[in-house]
Design a protein around this ligand. Structure first.
Ligand code: DC
Length: 225
């Protein structure tokens, strides 16, 4: 029996992971956060003092990196780096920069492609990232491009950082989001862009419930679930 694959792409801070995880729970699908996989590579590179933009040193390090995904009872994805749970460490703000830099390297993307595709062959998935509908699962049953205005995303990120006890000034967060958007959109390898057959979902001005309903409506309409 073939699986159902929902691809969600969009810029950082659009609420992809929270919405996708919640929607996956409601549908009984596995939620795959591919950003967490890039973050795990970024963490290794940071911890081992490797320049994240070094197109030779980072690919060479890949053979020493064993990345695995695990799910807890609530369907939360946990990341293992060489057997160690790094789910918290990869969320540190400085790791975002490392993740963004390593994700621009074609060798890193190629290395992670099969891992991501394999997950979509085994489970019904909602997979989120930047190139899921365009590169990883180009024949996904449902493709959604989820976005929101940069200021709205910065406000949400600020609230989230506050909840985690690591607050950051709004202007700094906004600058960070805009810089990351620029890098993700302008990189040569698998740049962030909307797949031609994706549905656009803009959550600026929508609260969580409204966004989730819109997301589930699109998925149900396309799959008949
Ligand atoms: O979604 P996130 O912020 O956790 O992603 C971390 C970085 O990884 C971000 O800079 C974009 C990159 N990324 C990517 O290039 N491709 C993906 N499929 C997912 C994330």
């Amino acid at each position: 029996m073939s699986t159902i694959r929902v691809a969600i792409d969009g810029p950082s801070g659009a609420g992809k992971s929270t919405l996708a995880r919640s929607a996956a729970g409601k549908l009984g699908f596995v939620y795959v956060d591919t950003g967490a996989i890039y973050r795990t590579i970024g963490l290794y590179v940071c911890q081992n003092h490797i320049d994240p933009e070094d197109g030779e040193a980072v690919p060479a390090a890949l053979e020493s990196i064993y990345v695995d995904l695990r799910y807890d009872g609530e369907g939360r994805q946990q990341m293992l780096l060489n057997g160690r749970d790094v789910s918290q460490d990869i969320r540190l703000p400085e790791i975002s920069r490392f993740a963004s830099a390593v994700s621009a390297l074609p060798a890193v993307r190629a290395h992670l492609l099969e891992l991501q595709r394999a997950l979509g062959r085994v489970h019904n998935v909602i997979m989120d990232g930047r190139d899921i509908g365009t590169v990883v699962l180009p024949d996904a049953e449902v493709k959604i491009y989820l976005t929101a205005a940069p200021r709205a995303r910065a406000e949400r990120r600020c609230r989230e950082l506050e909840r985690r006890g690591t607050p950051q000034p709004f202007e700094e967060v906004l600058r960070d989001i805009e810089a990351r958007d620029w890098r993700d959109i302008h990189r040569a390898a698998a740049p962030l862009r909307m797949a031609e057959d994706a549905v656009l979902l803009d959550t600026t001005g929508l609260d969580f419930q409204e966004s989730e309903k819109a997301l589930l409506d699109i998925i149900r309409e396309r799959t008949g679930l």
